[in-house]
Design a protein around this ligand. Sequence first.
Ligand code: 13P
Length: 249
Amino acid sequence: MRRKLAAGNWKMNGLAASLSELDALTTAHADPKVDILICPPAPLISAAVVQAADHPLAIGGQDCHSAASGAHTGDISADMLRDAGASHVIVGHSERRTDHGETDDDVRAKTRAALEAGLIAVLCIGETLEEREAANTLEIIAGQLAGSVPDLVTAENLVIAYEPVWAIGTGKVPTLNQIGEVHDFIRTKLIQRFGDGVGNSMRILYGGSVKGSNAADIFAVSNVDGALVGGASLKAEDFSPIVSALESA
Ligand code: 13P
């Protein structure tokens, strides 16, 4: 049985006042049947960790550098995230792949750094609209998995997030069949590479315009073990129904 995960990616949103949303979330889900993770912007991580202490709420970063330390102005190492109390980090988000030109090689190096620091990596993959329209989705997914995922992963320290780029922040969601096709494909690839044990136990999240209104349908799709949620994770009143839908799935 894979423990389900409801993850929120606040992206570049939120000030200190936004941390009150964490209180609302932990009040609404004091004893959740699923894992809950919030990844606030880096300046809020330490305060979020303090606020989440004694609650079943994990706090994560949104990116890390591949090096442990050094002359990389503005960057954050995995060790620093861990030191601040984070337990997870998102790597390879399409916004970083696009905005910062991150390649699969970069993402693999970041993932390795995250795992070495003792963090759980939430590794994002997904096709663009052009790639889907050219019927290249599965080829792109296979390439990203092969290129971005390092060898030494376990089902405990890596989570895959399938986020079609065209579904992020657009309100467009793939059909349930399309989601199922990609998630089943990812599962097959994980089993081929890491064997039945790890391949079957690693969690695969769906991300892209998940909302309270579509969450239950998405969570009923095979091999969907939770969600990575952007916009609808910013407010507890929006995220809580997604957590509840996952608990009932
Ligand atoms: P939205 O839920 O806002 O579409 O964002 C998804 C996402 O990119 C999460 O990482």
